[in-house]
Design a protein around this ligand. Sequence first.
Ligand SMILES: Cc1cc2nc3c(=O)[nH]c(=O)nc-3n(C[C@H](O)[C@H](O)[C@H](O)COP(=O)(O)OP(=O)(O)OC[C@H]3O[C@@H](n4cnc5c(N)ncnc54)[C@H](O)[C@@H]3O)c2cc1C
Length: 352
Amino acid sequence: MKVAVIGGGPVGLVTALYLEKQGYSVDLYEKGKWPRDKTCGQGLMPSGIKILKKLGINFKTDLESRPFNGISYHDGPLSLMGSLPKKGFGIERKILSQKIIDKIREKSNINLYPNTTITETSNNYDMFRIKVDGEHRNYDYAFACDGLNSTLRKTHHNRLVRKGPWRMGAREHFLQAPWSDKVEVYWSEKVEAYVTPVSNTKVEIAFLWFEEALPCGDSLRDTLWKSFPELKEKIHFNKSQGDFRGYGPFSTRSKDIKVGRLFFLGDAYCFLDGITGEGLSLGFKGAQIVANNFSKWNWFSELRFKLHYWHYSFMVTLALTLSHHTRLRRFFFKMFKKVPRGFDFLLSLNDL
Ligand SMILES: Cc1cc2nc3c(=O)[nH]c(=O)nc-3n(C[C@H](O)[C@H](O)[C@H](O)COP(=O)(O)OP(=O)(O)OC[C@H]3O[C@@H](n4cnc5c(N)ncnc54)[C@H](O)[C@@H]3O)c2cc1C
């Protein structure tokens, strides 16, 4: 059986590895070249680390990545700290991409097509057809892993506009030693800043905000930083990597997992928000379920896949409600401060 993966972000790469493990011959198309970069908080949850380890992908914890053992939240005078049952890792996207593509290059059954943008595809009764350089290629199944603004989602009429306020994101790296072994989250009025240690000498700051709360113009970076005076004190601005980059809005998702012979995975299926830090691990879990079951896809496989996304949706809704409502958030902080184990438990639920 011959299959195609469209999109070589982390989820596309992991999907290709799972398909290869099942014995399929895989063609992997990516519009850019590896390693890929992307705006992301760069925190990989313990369940994501476990999946990569099982696929033979490990990270050195010095210049390549940095473990974190919990999350600490800061909201004006209030703070709240929670521990994770296992360590997560901060990893720069380009390093993550390089590590997975190195593993893929060891596999003779995965053919890589970088610098190849796929736009023309058709879903036939007994095959999926892709047009590459004027030539038609036929596959038994295909997997759309082409990210948040998935082209395949549009062309296969699988696009759903999300209800509710839309969100935006941005990131910037600084060459300075991390000051905490936790991911730090700072809250301001409808904006959050996330500090993720990504190596022994580098931290990443990611921002997430409600689209209506901030104008996106030339002054966006300054406006975002102005919202976090406490965090600004800790940052060596002269050590900025100069890679401030925005992303969003996160306004659409897919209606269905499967359209004919095409499956939607990772952000191409659904990305609601980075607030829970689980886009990558969630995408990997979905890839595993689909790659192991696509040829005999049934209601049970669909239920297993959707359970992960319902859980994600619940956690994101809870976190966004707290982000939107300052008084409710502060009440929540005070309440969990009295029962720290309860907060640890809540954090462990986020990464089931
Ligand atoms: C601000 C922010 C913070 C986040 N923080 C975290 C976090 O801390 N932890 C976490 O786990 N997740 C986080 N996420 C989410 C995470 O970044 C995504 O869930 C993850 O990148 C999804 O991977 P993907 O492979 O599905 O998509 P992508 O990484 O977007 O990859 C898609 C790939 O498809 C390629 N492509 C697109 N169109 C085509 C085409 N037509 N033909 C061929 N190739 C194509 C692109 O070039 C790209 O390489 C965050 C997201 C944001 C925005």
